[in-house]
Design a protein around this ligand. Structure first.
Ligand code: PHE
Length: 680
């Protein structure tokens, strides 16, 4: 396979540099701040089931896909997609724009961390006094007031209120740190991540060991790990598990495509992706151990002091776990200021490399398209990103942060982009070219099943989740667009506005011709084989879609409806399989199968998803979705021990297997040759 581009592209110094940079992007606030509370809220140990399924079936395979695409084309996301077809560039930009929206608010959370780091340092110097420290239940209230009133000057609702200048300065510090990390190019990034990745790991380890060795810690772990199986019957649990895998692995925003484009030509892909995926899970899991062990110790300490605060009282803080519950818990324990320093330092070092990975991918996309200089584009991106950040450092800013984050990581953001990405690459492009590309240089190989995973299994999973969420949101009673009192739901309209502007801008950017573009590298698209059969299957796929639309407008409460839905789902699945067979028969590898066949497959996949989703929607309406009353748990049960052991075995065994494969591959002469680093 001739390389597409012979030009010299900047590269990471070493394999380690790339792995750490990708891990740095993946491992972020999502791990320490997101994962533990989501696991606690959505079923404890039971949450690990959808999470691990999502990680292995969707997360790691998509990571391999994004790495292959970036590496094969050596281009940042938009231009990488463009190699398939001019129009695909839209998908690349779409992700980049949503990524840009993330870096308007992600550094704001970093700014909070910088402030709290400051308070912790001041605490260390003032003999261990933390400003939020307090006793018993009132202490929890005090910590909450400290964060919301003293620090944020928070108010409910959608009005922004005044700008909080104390936070603005910290936001400037965050952007400056990001700017300094990437302004010199990826080679320097490859070095910086040798600090920003191991340091938070060390800190997490310190927090975990300390938490676990304190008295009462197992009480906390009982909350973290005890499975609540009934949560698995709720759609939200599955959505959150899938969404968390996407967000945590930085998938669908073009970041991993861009990072892989800087990987030198002979580097491994498959094994790197597996290592990164497992390392990310390991970090989340250990972060959860650290958080909940500490909460357990806090519960014990307050019990001893005669002012008991049970774990569930603070764990329910959810998103403000990092700025209310955890700081409070630390304040109950010895050397609180020091450990609070360790905690916020860990958050900052975790988050900073995730944040700059997005800036880097926006930057590289613009540079690849326009040919403008990094030295000019980066300051502009930083100033614009910082400017948008002002919205969130206001009194109502945190509300908006939640709304925007919810949209980006919800139905129209991640879920939709992931779907678009696999269907496009799987049906409209040449998935097996990417597979061969990845296999030719990896420590282990992907089999033929890979093509079907990307083309059929993942899109159906993501598609079903997407439509399911859509039905939920659009159901009149959800109040998503119009609230029960008839008023417009302003927050959601703004959110919808943001996510729907993204494709419009993406289309404009695609149409504008860039200087960095090179027409002859775009593949010619005149595939015509199997047009006759193609028109037939294409028509059937559209008819199936028509049946679906008709279903929406009929009374779904009729008893035969479920049978119609399942019948259509099965017929559409047959359509998917037949289209897939036709695509392969007419030569997928040389892009020869006609567009009709390809689009038929794509539409059939969406048909299957839509029918499954509507069925799930009808079936789960019957399931009660109230949250069970929290049960007081004193000790870790046998089953939590099993969950703990299983997770650790999976992490250690998985990583062990990857490293074994890497060493074995390096030992065979053939791979030695391939793996030899290029001169730079
Ligand atoms: N993966 C990062 C985290 O878990 C966030 C992120 C999302 C980074 C998307 C890049 C792109 O915090």
């Amino acid at each position: 396979m001739p390389e597409l581009l012979e030009e010299q592209r900047e590269s990471w110094g070493t394999r380690g540099g790339f792995i750490l940079a990708a891990v740095g992007s993946a491992v972020g606030l999502g791990n320490l701040w997101g994962f533990p509370y989501k696991l606690y809220t959505y079923g404890g140990g039971a949450f690990l089931i959808p999470y691990i399924l999502a990680l292995f079936i969707v997360g790691i395979p998509l990571l391999i896909l994004e790495f292959s695409l970036g590496h094969f084309t050596q281009r940042a996301a938009p231009d990488a997609f463009r190699r398939g077809h001019k129009g695909f560039e839209v998908i690349g930009w779409w992700g980049i724009i949503l990524g840009f929206v993330i870096i308007t608010y992600y550094p704001v959370i970093l700014a909070y961390c910088f402030s709290f780091l400051g308070y912790s340092i001041a605490g260390i110097f003032s003999g261990g006094n933390l400003p939020w420290a307090g006793q018993g239940i009132e202490g929890v209230e005090k910590a909450r007031n400290f964060f919301f009133d003293n620090y944020l000057h928070y108010h409910e609702g959608l009005s922004l209120g005044s700008i909080q200048w104390d936070i603005v300065w910290m936001l400037v510090v965050s952007w400056l740190a990001m700017y300094l990390s990437i302004f010199k190019g990826v080679k320097l990034v490859g070095k910086i991540v040798w600090i920003t990745v191991p340091v938070p790991w060390l800190m997490l380890l310190i927090l975990a060991i300390r938490g676990l060795t304190l008295e009462g810690s197992s009480q906390g772990l009982a909350y973290y790990l005890q499975p609540v199986w009934s949560e698995l019957a709720k759609p939200t649990t599955w959505r959150y598990a899938f969404g968390q895998v996407f967000f945590s692995l930085s998938l669908a925003f073009g970041v991993m495509i861009t990072y892989a484009s800087f990987l030198h030509r002979k580097s491994d892909i498959n094994n790197n992706a597996a290592i990164i995926g497992l390392a990310d899970f390991a970090t989340s899991f250990v972060a959860g151990l650290a958080v909940f062990a500490t909460l357990g110790a806090m519960a014990f300490a307050t019990q001893q002091a005669g002012t008991p605060v049970p774990v569930e009282n603070v764990a329910k803080e959810g998103p403000s776990l990092a700025f209310v519950a955890f700081p409070y818990a630390l304040a109950q324990l010895p050397y609180s200021a020091w450990f609070s320093f360790v905690f916020f330092f860990a958050l900052i070092t975790l988050g900073i490399d995730s944040a700059f990975s997005i800036t880097e991918s926006v930057l590289a996309s613009i540079v690849d398209k326009t040919g403008w200089r990094r030295a000019i584009v980066l300051p502009v991106i930083s100033v614009v990103g910082l400017g948008f950040g002002f919205f969130y450092v206001t009194q109502g800013g945190l509300n908006w942060l939640g709304i925007v984050d919810g949209f980006i990581n919800g139905t129209w953001g991640i879920a939709f982009l992931g779907l678009l990405e696999c269907t496009t690459l799987g049906w409209l492009w040449r998935i097996n070219t990417l597979r061969k590309h990845a296999n030719s240089r990896s420590d282990w190989r992907l089999g033929w099943w890979w093509d079907y995973l990307i083309r059929i299994v993942i899109p159906i999973l993501l598609g079903t989740l997407f439509f399911w969420q859509l039905f939920d949101d659009l159901a009149a009673e959800s109040g998503f667009i119009k609230m029960p009192d008839g008023k417009w739901n302003l927050a959601n309209l703004v959110g919808l506005g943001i996510v729907s502007i993204a494709p419009v801008i993406a289309i404009i950017l695609t149409i504008v011709k860039g200087k960095g573009e090179n027409e002859h590298q775009v593949e010619k698209d005149l595939p015509t084989d199997g047009t006759g059969e193609g028109i037939g299957v294409f028509a059937s796929s559209v008819i199936a879609a028509g049946v679906f639309v008709a279903l929406i407008f009929t009374d779904q409460m009729k008893s035969y409806i479920l049978w119609v839905i399942f019948g259509m789902a099965i017929l559409s699945t047959l359509g998917v399989l037949y289209s897939s067979y036709l695509v392969d028969k007419h030569g997928n590898s040389r892009n020869e199968a006609s567009w009709f066949v390809r689009w038929a497959g794509l539409i059939f996949v969406l048909d299957v998803s839509a029918f499954l989703a509507i069925a799930l929607n009808l079936l789960t309406k019957a399931v009660k979705t109230e949250k069970a009353e929290p049960v007081v748990r004193e000790m870790m049960s046998g089953i939590s021990m099993i969950v703990l052991t299983a997770a650790l075995v999976l992490i250690v065994g998985g990583l062990g297997w990857c490293f074994y494969k890497a060493i074995a591959a390096a030992a065979t002469e053939k791979t030695m040759e391939i793996q030899a680093p290029e001169e730079d």
